[in-house]
Design a protein. Structure first.
Length: 133
């Protein structure tokens, strides 16, 4: 029996790209619908963008804010994927399953803390200026 290579199955083209884009949207919808943390991150995203508009932050500051937002949202999606794969393998409370889920969650937590620090570094100087302190 002849082996089929991955290159033979991976078809390229616009139709595949369109399907991939759809799968990505499905992932975002799932996370929004079922992951409580994603709702918190979306609220924080809206808050960060609103504060950016109010404070009239610079282009560089916008870049820092959007990089932080992207990293946190991507981290939450990766954590959701890790949890789904672990649940696919076992629904039992296994020590290794717990480690995988806890480390995925911790990674998102670390990203969120760093994003909050970036937010403080960007917005606090603007608040100080607005208050005339």
């Amino acid at each position: 029996m002849a082996k089929i290579s991955r290159d033979d199955i991976k078809v390229r083209g616009f139709a595949r790209f369109k399907k991939s884009f759809g799968y990505s949207i499905d992932g975002l919808k799932y996370a929004y619908k079922y992951e409580q943390s994603m709702l918190i991150h979306i609220f924080a995203t809206i808050l960060a963008i609103t504060l950016g508009l109010i404070c009239q932050i610079t282009l560089i500051e916008w870049c820092m804010v959007f990089i932080a937002i992207g990293i946190v949202l991507a981290g939450e999606l990766i954590n959701t994927a890790i949890e789904a794969v672990v649940d696919l393998v076992t629904l039992e409370i296994h020590p290794l399953a717990k480690i995988a889920k806890d480390c995925g969650s911790a990674a998102t937590f670390v990203m969120s803390v760093i994003a909050a620090i970036i937010g403080c570094l960007v917005y606090i100087p603007h608040f100080i200026e607005m208050l005339g302190l």
